[in-house]
Write a protein that binds this ligand. Structure first.
Ligand code: FAD
Length: 391
């Protein structure tokens, strides 16, 4: 049977779909499934919804930064969906949705020898008052860049989906006659039956052999700090993409700074390959990386120096889920009907959650997606590659 014939028709009796993973991709998929008639959704989450990258990300959204490649339509559709979801669920008050002006700011360390002040650039708001930078450039406008608080966004969509949320660890997927029919949870006697299963396990996807036998999902560890400046009203909605050289000749770093409407300022960067621990709650930041983020924050703004802020709200780390070809993987798993995967969104999962969820809900219930053409993201692309390598 062709993939397009294997869908669960929305015309037929009520369908129960189990979404594995309560990050932004699982939550968005549960939400858009729940908007279709005759579906009930269960989300199985090992720890807590948004406990990993989906709660610790920056939450930056860009309309056109993925243009010119296969991600363009996913990103553009997602940017628009974020806007309409924010209108529907009062995103501005509920999860910090707002438009941003975005600047690229080359920062040099004191030892870097730059003599020009950040104040020399009329693009920079007053709070970006570090003394050691070259002029800034505008790279996003309030029409093309925006933000959400990622944990609050994920939790809002999950609760709007009215999905049943089960705390449990998915161990295996039950496959009968080539069809997924349920999910086995660790330490639970009874399986959860399903008409379709969605695997949205982020950097833990590889732990299911039905995924790792087909393709690889790796985890890239990235760090972040959240500061509460003493005068939050002085911090304007400007996102900063920095380039920072810690010392002459040292590798350039590219941290990002996102002020939030909550009065907090989020700063992230310092990514590195590392082993993804079994338990999402046990992921901690490395001291050296956290210290560097504090140093950069204090260099960019006197309002963000560790000894002047009113609170260091968080010092943390999380893992980006990455594929070998840099594209997300969204679609039915080859060889297992009604078993779908959605992961590998790397540094754009918060942006691309909505169109991923909307398209996947269409694929599952209507047999094809109209929001975005999912062909470039089909898991089958890895099977073709693997077969070619094996020949
Ligand atoms: C520092 C940093 C900053 C970022 N900034 C941005 C940004 O500004 N904009 C943007 O668009 N993206 C950003 N991202 C990327 C974004 O955070 C990720 O792409 C996205 O959160 C991935 O979501 P996910 O749902 O696939 O995975 P996750 O958020 O990792 O969720 C996977 C979930 O699955 C659960 N799980 C795992 N195994 C099991 C199991 N066996 N059974 C049940 N549950 C299980 C986990 O507990 C977890 O909750 C950033 C990422 C990082 C690290």
């Amino acid at each position: 049977m062709a993939a397009s014939e294997s869908h669960l028709s929305s015309q037929s009796a009520s369908k129960h779909i189990v979404v594995c993973g309560g990050g932004v991709i699982g939550a968005c998929t549960a939400y858009f499934l729940s908007q279709k008639l005759q579906t009930s959704v269960t989300v199985v989450e090992k720890s807590a919804p948004a406990c990993a990258a989906s709660g610790k990300a920056g939450g930056f959204l860009a309309l056109d930064w993925c243009d010119g490649g296969p991600m363009s339509s996913l990103a553009r559709a997602s940017f628009d969906l974020h806007k309409s979801l924010a209108e529907k669920y009062n995103g501005e008050d509920v999860y910090g949705y707002r438009a941003l002006t975005t600047l690229s700011v080359p920062v040099l360390s004191e030892r870097g020898g730059s003599s020009s002040s950040m104040k020399g650039s009329n693009l920079l708001p007053d709070w970006v008052d570090g003394e050691t930078a070259r002029p800034a450039k505008q790279i996003g406008t309030t029409e093309t860049t925006a933000q959400v608080h990622p944990r609050l966004f994920t939790q809002t969509l999950l609760s709007a989906s009215e999905a049943k949320v089960i705390k449990g660890e998915v161990e295996t997927i039950i496959v009968e006659n080539g069809h997924a029919t349920g999910v086995v949870l660790k330490e639970m006697k009874e399986a959860v039956p399903a008409d379709a299963v969605v695997l949205a396990l982020g950097p833990w996807s590889n732990r299911l052999s039905m995924i790792s036998e087909l393709f690889n999902i790796s985890g890239l560890k990235a760090h972040s700090i959240i500061l509460r400046p003493r005068e939050p009203d002085r911090i304007t909605p400007h996102a900063l993409f920095l380039s920072y050289q810690p010392a002459p000749g040292a590798k350039m770093l590219d941290p990002e700074v996102y002020p939030r409407p909550t009065g907090e300022v989020y700063i992230c960067g310092m990514s590195k390959d590392a082993e993804v621990p079994e338990n999402p709650e046990s992921i901690t930041g490395e001291t050296e990386s956290i210290e560097m983020l504090h140093k950069i924050a204090g260099t960019v703004s006197s309002h963000l120096k560790r000894d002047t802020v009113s609170e260091v709200v968080a010092e943390q780390a999380c893992f980006l889920p990455c594929t070998d070809d840099g594209l997300p993987v969204i679609g039915e798993l080859p060889g297992v009907k009604n078993c779908y995967v959605a992961t590998g969104h790397s540094c754009w999962g918060i942006l691309n959650g909505p169109a991923t969820g909307a398209s996947l809900a269409e694929l599952i219930l209507e047999g094809k997606s109209t929001t975005v053409d999912l062909k470039p993201f089909a898991p089958a692309r890895f099977v073709k590659r693997r077969t070619r390598l094996e020949v």
